[in-house]
Design a binder for this molecule. Structure first.
Ligand SMILES: [Zn+2]
Length: 289
Protein backbone atom coordinates (compact mmCIF):
# COMPACT_ATOMS: atom_id res chain seq x y z
CA UNK A 1 0.00 0.00 0.00
CA UNK A 2 1.37 3.39 -0.96
CA UNK A 3 0.69 6.68 0.70
CA UNK A 4 2.95 8.64 -1.62
CA UNK A 5 5.59 10.63 0.20
CA UNK A 6 4.61 9.41 3.69
CA UNK A 7 7.18 7.25 5.50
CA UNK A 8 4.69 4.76 6.87
CA UNK A 9 7.28 2.73 8.73
CA UNK A 10 8.12 5.86 10.76
CA UNK A 11 4.45 6.54 11.41
CA UNK A 12 3.79 3.06 12.77
CA UNK A 13 7.09 2.94 14.57
CA UNK A 14 6.39 6.07 16.55
CA UNK A 15 2.75 5.23 17.01
CA UNK A 16 1.87 8.75 15.84
CA UNK A 17 -1.89 9.29 15.38
CA UNK A 18 -2.46 5.62 16.15
CA UNK A 19 -6.13 4.77 16.70
CA UNK A 20 -5.87 1.02 17.09
CA UNK A 21 -3.67 -1.46 18.95
CA UNK A 22 -2.80 -5.06 18.26
CA UNK A 23 -1.70 -6.83 21.43
CA UNK A 24 0.06 -10.19 21.32
CA UNK A 25 1.59 -11.84 24.38
CA UNK A 26 2.09 -8.44 25.98
CA UNK A 27 3.60 -6.85 22.87
CA UNK A 28 1.75 -3.84 21.53
CA UNK A 29 1.60 -2.74 17.91
CA UNK A 30 0.23 0.77 17.58
CA UNK A 31 -1.42 0.87 14.18
CA UNK A 32 -3.98 2.84 12.16
CA UNK A 33 -7.47 1.67 11.26
CA UNK A 34 -7.21 3.20 7.80
CA UNK A 35 -4.21 0.99 7.04
CA UNK A 36 -5.27 -2.18 8.82
CA UNK A 37 -9.01 -2.31 8.21
CA UNK A 38 -8.79 -1.54 4.50
CA UNK A 39 -6.70 -4.69 4.05
CA UNK A 40 -8.23 -7.11 6.55
CA UNK A 41 -12.01 -7.48 6.46
CA UNK A 42 -11.80 -9.63 9.60
CA UNK A 43 -9.99 -6.97 11.67
CA UNK A 44 -12.30 -4.32 10.19
CA UNK A 45 -15.33 -6.24 11.35
CA UNK A 46 -13.85 -6.74 14.81
CA UNK A 47 -13.04 -3.07 15.30
CA UNK A 48 -16.23 -1.69 13.75
CA UNK A 49 -18.74 -4.09 15.24
CA UNK A 50 -20.50 -4.19 18.55
CA UNK A 51 -17.65 -6.07 20.15
CA UNK A 52 -15.53 -4.85 23.05
CA UNK A 53 -12.71 -4.26 20.54
CA UNK A 54 -14.68 -1.48 18.83
CA UNK A 55 -14.90 0.43 22.14
CA UNK A 56 -11.31 -0.02 23.26
CA UNK A 57 -9.60 -0.05 19.84
CA UNK A 58 -7.55 -2.99 21.11
CA UNK A 59 -7.40 -6.33 19.35
CA UNK A 60 -5.92 -9.20 21.31
CA UNK A 61 -4.13 -11.72 19.15
CA UNK A 62 -3.74 -15.01 20.94
CA UNK A 63 -3.09 -17.64 18.31
CA UNK A 64 0.12 -16.23 16.89
CA UNK A 65 3.62 -15.23 17.99
CA UNK A 66 4.56 -11.54 18.26
CA UNK A 67 7.18 -12.07 15.53
CA UNK A 68 4.43 -13.21 13.17
CA UNK A 69 2.19 -10.27 14.09
CA UNK A 70 5.16 -8.00 13.47
CA UNK A 71 5.59 -9.37 9.96
CA UNK A 72 1.89 -8.91 9.27
CA UNK A 73 2.10 -5.26 10.44
CA UNK A 74 5.21 -4.76 8.33
CA UNK A 75 3.30 -6.02 5.31
CA UNK A 76 0.24 -3.88 6.00
CA UNK A 77 2.44 -0.77 5.94
CA UNK A 78 5.03 -1.65 3.31
CA UNK A 79 3.53 -4.38 1.11
CA UNK A 80 6.39 -6.72 2.03
CA UNK A 81 7.89 -8.46 5.03
CA UNK A 82 11.00 -10.29 5.96
CA UNK A 83 14.27 -8.38 5.52
CA UNK A 84 14.12 -7.46 9.15
CA UNK A 85 11.39 -7.78 11.67
CA UNK A 86 9.53 -4.53 11.40
CA UNK A 87 12.32 -2.48 12.99
CA UNK A 88 10.36 0.55 14.12
CA UNK A 89 7.48 -1.30 15.64
CA UNK A 90 7.70 -0.62 19.33
CA UNK A 91 6.24 -3.84 20.52
CA UNK A 92 6.48 -3.12 24.22
CA UNK A 93 5.30 -4.73 27.38
CA UNK A 94 4.12 -2.53 30.19
CA UNK A 95 6.02 -4.54 32.81
CA UNK A 96 8.99 -5.58 30.75
CA UNK A 97 10.20 -3.95 27.54
CA UNK A 98 10.57 -6.68 25.03
CA UNK A 99 10.87 -6.54 21.29
CA UNK A 100 10.01 -9.64 19.31
CA UNK A 101 13.22 -11.62 19.07
CA UNK A 102 14.95 -11.69 15.71
CA UNK A 103 14.84 -15.30 14.61
CA UNK A 104 18.07 -16.75 13.47
CA UNK A 105 16.96 -17.66 10.02
CA UNK A 106 17.82 -21.25 9.18
CA UNK A 107 16.25 -22.98 6.18
CA UNK A 108 13.76 -24.57 8.51
CA UNK A 109 13.09 -21.29 10.34
CA UNK A 110 12.62 -19.50 7.04
CA UNK A 111 10.01 -21.91 5.72
CA UNK A 112 8.19 -22.06 9.02
CA UNK A 113 8.19 -18.26 9.19
CA UNK A 114 6.37 -18.06 5.86
CA UNK A 115 3.91 -20.72 7.00
CA UNK A 116 3.17 -18.71 10.13
CA UNK A 117 2.69 -15.53 8.09
CA UNK A 118 0.43 -17.47 5.73
CA UNK A 119 -1.57 -18.70 8.71
CA UNK A 120 -2.10 -15.21 10.11
CA UNK A 121 -2.96 -13.90 6.62
CA UNK A 122 -5.50 -16.69 6.27
CA UNK A 123 -6.92 -16.02 9.73
CA UNK A 124 -7.37 -12.28 9.14
CA UNK A 125 -8.22 -12.74 5.46
CA UNK A 126 -5.41 -10.59 4.06
CA UNK A 127 -5.36 -12.03 0.58
CA UNK A 128 -2.26 -10.32 -0.79
CA UNK A 129 -0.26 -11.40 2.25
CA UNK A 130 -1.43 -15.00 1.69
CA UNK A 131 -0.17 -14.78 -1.88
CA UNK A 132 3.16 -13.22 -0.86
CA UNK A 133 3.81 -15.77 1.88
CA UNK A 134 3.07 -18.65 -0.51
CA UNK A 135 5.49 -17.27 -3.06
CA UNK A 136 8.19 -16.71 -0.41
CA UNK A 137 7.61 -20.21 0.95
CA UNK A 138 8.10 -21.70 -2.51
CA UNK A 139 11.25 -19.67 -3.08
CA UNK A 140 12.65 -20.80 0.29
CA UNK A 141 11.94 -24.46 -0.59
CA UNK A 142 13.64 -24.17 -3.95
CA UNK A 143 16.63 -22.15 -2.70
CA UNK A 144 17.66 -24.58 0.02
CA UNK A 145 15.95 -27.93 -0.18
CA UNK A 146 16.16 -29.80 3.08
CA UNK A 147 13.73 -32.67 3.58
CA UNK A 148 13.55 -32.39 7.37
CA UNK A 149 12.96 -28.62 7.31
CA UNK A 150 10.34 -29.13 4.64
CA UNK A 151 8.57 -31.68 6.80
CA UNK A 152 8.59 -29.33 9.80
CA UNK A 153 7.09 -26.59 7.65
CA UNK A 154 4.53 -29.00 6.19
CA UNK A 155 3.42 -30.03 9.67
CA UNK A 156 3.13 -26.37 10.58
CA UNK A 157 1.14 -25.56 7.45
CA UNK A 158 -1.31 -28.41 7.98
CA UNK A 159 -1.76 -27.49 11.65
CA UNK A 160 -1.83 -23.71 11.39
CA UNK A 161 -3.12 -22.61 8.01
CA UNK A 162 -6.36 -23.39 6.22
CA UNK A 163 -5.02 -21.85 2.98
CA UNK A 164 -5.66 -24.57 0.40
CA UNK A 165 -3.42 -22.75 -2.08
CA UNK A 166 -0.48 -23.07 0.36
CA UNK A 167 -1.24 -26.77 0.76
CA UNK A 168 -1.17 -27.04 -3.04
CA UNK A 169 2.25 -25.33 -3.17
CA UNK A 170 3.53 -27.77 -0.54
CA UNK A 171 2.10 -30.76 -2.42
CA UNK A 172 3.81 -29.54 -5.61
CA UNK A 173 7.18 -29.17 -3.89
CA UNK A 174 6.71 -32.55 -2.18
CA UNK A 175 6.04 -34.20 -5.54
CA UNK A 176 9.28 -32.75 -6.94
CA UNK A 177 11.26 -34.29 -4.06
CA UNK A 178 9.18 -37.39 -3.46
CA UNK A 179 12.13 -39.82 -3.51
CA UNK A 180 13.87 -38.18 -0.55
CA UNK A 181 10.59 -37.63 1.34
CA UNK A 182 9.62 -41.30 1.11
CA UNK A 183 12.81 -42.14 3.01
CA UNK A 184 11.61 -40.10 5.99
CA UNK A 185 9.33 -41.84 8.51
CA UNK A 186 7.85 -38.49 9.36
CA UNK A 187 6.45 -38.18 5.84
CA UNK A 188 4.77 -41.57 6.12
CA UNK A 189 3.36 -40.33 9.40
CA UNK A 190 1.60 -37.51 7.58
CA UNK A 191 0.25 -39.34 4.55
CA UNK A 192 -0.21 -42.70 6.25
CA UNK A 193 1.06 -46.19 5.48
CA UNK A 194 -1.47 -46.81 2.75
CA UNK A 195 -0.76 -43.43 1.13
CA UNK A 196 2.95 -44.31 1.14
CA UNK A 197 2.23 -47.63 -0.61
CA UNK A 198 0.11 -45.93 -3.26
CA UNK A 199 2.82 -43.31 -3.86
CA UNK A 200 5.59 -45.89 -4.16
CA UNK A 201 3.52 -47.73 -6.76
CA UNK A 202 2.77 -44.49 -8.64
CA UNK A 203 6.51 -43.79 -8.77
CA UNK A 204 7.25 -47.33 -9.97
CA UNK A 205 4.65 -47.02 -12.70
CA UNK A 206 5.95 -43.59 -13.71
CA UNK A 207 9.46 -45.04 -14.02
CA UNK A 208 8.24 -47.92 -16.21
CA UNK A 209 6.32 -45.44 -18.37
CA UNK A 210 9.36 -43.18 -18.61
CA UNK A 211 11.49 -46.13 -19.72
CA UNK A 212 8.91 -46.99 -22.40
CA UNK A 213 8.90 -43.40 -23.64
CA UNK A 214 12.72 -43.39 -23.85
CA UNK A 215 12.63 -46.70 -25.76
CA UNK A 216 10.02 -45.32 -28.17
CA UNK A 217 12.12 -42.20 -28.71
CA UNK A 218 15.15 -44.36 -29.56
CA UNK A 219 13.06 -46.49 -31.95
CA UNK A 220 11.73 -43.36 -33.58
CA UNK A 221 15.23 -41.96 -34.04
CA UNK A 222 16.34 -45.25 -35.58
CA UNK A 223 13.38 -45.29 -37.99
CA UNK A 224 14.12 -41.69 -38.89
CA UNK A 225 17.74 -42.57 -39.76
CA UNK A 226 16.54 -45.53 -41.85
CA UNK A 227 14.15 -43.30 -43.72
CA UNK A 228 16.88 -40.76 -44.43
CA UNK A 229 19.20 -43.50 -45.73
CA UNK A 230 16.41 -44.90 -47.97
CA UNK A 231 15.73 -41.44 -49.40
CA UNK A 232 19.44 -40.98 -50.17
CA UNK A 233 19.49 -44.38 -51.94
CA UNK A 234 16.46 -43.46 -54.04
CA UNK A 235 18.22 -40.22 -55.07
CA UNK A 236 21.34 -42.15 -56.13
CA UNK A 237 19.29 -44.71 -58.15
CA UNK A 238 17.39 -41.95 -59.94
CA UNK A 239 20.68 -40.23 -60.77
CA UNK A 240 22.09 -43.53 -62.07
CA UNK A 241 19.05 -44.13 -64.35
CA UNK A 242 19.29 -40.51 -65.52
CA UNK A 243 22.89 -41.05 -66.62
CA UNK A 244 21.92 -44.24 -68.53
CA UNK A 245 19.09 -42.44 -70.36
CA UNK A 246 21.43 -39.60 -71.31
CA UNK A 247 23.97 -42.05 -72.76
CA UNK A 248 21.24 -43.81 -74.76
CA UNK A 249 20.14 -40.47 -76.20
CA UNK A 250 23.60 -39.19 -77.07
CA UNK A 251 25.63 -42.22 -78.23
CA UNK A 252 25.44 -43.19 -81.94
CA UNK A 253 28.10 -45.95 -82.05
CA UNK A 254 29.78 -48.34 -79.64
CA UNK A 255 32.76 -46.72 -77.98
CA UNK A 256 34.85 -49.87 -78.36
CA UNK A 257 37.18 -49.11 -81.34
CA UNK A 258 37.33 -52.73 -82.44
CA UNK A 259 33.45 -52.87 -82.46
CA UNK A 260 32.17 -49.42 -83.46
CA UNK A 261 28.72 -50.98 -84.11
CA UNK A 262 25.64 -48.78 -84.30
CA UNK A 263 24.78 -48.37 -80.67
CA UNK A 264 22.24 -50.85 -79.41
CA UNK A 265 22.43 -51.68 -75.75
CA UNK A 266 20.86 -53.59 -72.93
CA UNK A 267 20.73 -52.78 -69.22
CA UNK A 268 22.77 -54.81 -66.77
CA UNK A 269 21.76 -54.75 -63.12
CA UNK A 270 24.47 -55.02 -60.47
CA UNK A 271 24.94 -53.96 -56.87
CA UNK A 272 22.94 -54.88 -53.74
CA UNK A 273 19.24 -55.74 -53.93
CA UNK A 274 18.46 -52.67 -51.77
CA UNK A 275 20.52 -50.37 -54.01
CA UNK A 276 20.85 -51.69 -57.59
CA UNK A 277 23.34 -50.10 -60.00
CA UNK A 278 22.31 -50.04 -63.67
CA UNK A 279 24.90 -50.20 -66.44
CA UNK A 280 24.54 -50.10 -70.24
CA UNK A 281 26.37 -52.65 -72.38
CA UNK A 282 26.77 -52.84 -76.14
CA UNK A 283 24.45 -55.59 -77.45
CA UNK A 284 27.16 -56.69 -79.90
CA UNK A 285 30.48 -56.70 -78.03
CA UNK A 286 29.13 -56.45 -74.44
CA UNK A 287 31.42 -53.50 -73.85
CA UNK A 288 30.36 -51.48 -70.84
CA UNK A 289 29.59 -47.91 -71.48
ZN1 LIG B 1 30.29 -52.83 -79.21
Amino acid sequence: MSFGHLDLSRVVGSGEYSDMKLVCQGCEFKVHKVVVCTQSPVLAKAIQGVFQESRTGIINIENFEPSTVSRMVEFLYTGDYGGLLFPHTEASRSDEIKKPALNDITASGMMLQHVQVNAIADYYNIERLSELSRSKFQQACQATWDAQSFMDATNGALDLSGDGALHEVIATEAAKNIHTLLEIDHFAGIIGDFGTRVLRNCIKKAEVDRYKVIQLQLDLEQEHSKLQAAEARVDRIIENIGRCLQTMRERGFCRNHSCMAEYQCYIERRGQSFEPVYTLRCAKCKCRD
